[in-house]
Design a protein around this ligand. Sequence first.
Ligand code: S3P
Length: 169
Amino acid sequence: MNRNNLVLIGFMGTGKSTIGKLLARNLNWTYKDTDLEIEQAVGCSIPELFSSRGEALFREVESAALRRILAESQQVVATGGGCVLAEQNCLLMEKSGFVVSLNASVETIVSRVEGAKDRPLLAGNTREKVVELMHKRRGVYSFAHYHVDTDGLDPEEVADIIIQEFHRH
Ligand code: S3P
């Protein structure tokens, strides 16, 4: 397995950014975030990009951002929840680093994302949208090398579990 990068995947609100920053600090690696990379590349926010250009264009920009990031190494990469929808992205993640999937229940996710305005796919009834999208995305995170159930754990505990597993490989 390639240990050049540590890549976090998982549904929105599973804690990828928070845990990614902790991991990067622990490993003394660079923290990268596909959403931030996208916003820098296009010069507007993700909701603005979704409303002006649509999801299809967003996905193209997202794949390009992931390719740019994974051309480098020694990074902890937090990916957007839908980054795994393109198979080529999954193949690239799998060969560029240790891929960790963060899992969480609907309850945990809703409690984390409720009220935030920065996720266009969850606009409206948050709970309904989460349930519907999780159902649609069943199995898309299963290609990860390692899975962590984050329910009931704080970010430090999740980061510790991942670090231990990472050093075992
Ligand atoms: C998305 C997840 C978001 C962001 C965009 C679309 C998705 O990232 O990329 O709103 O399709 O699941 P987070 O998972 O960091 O919220």
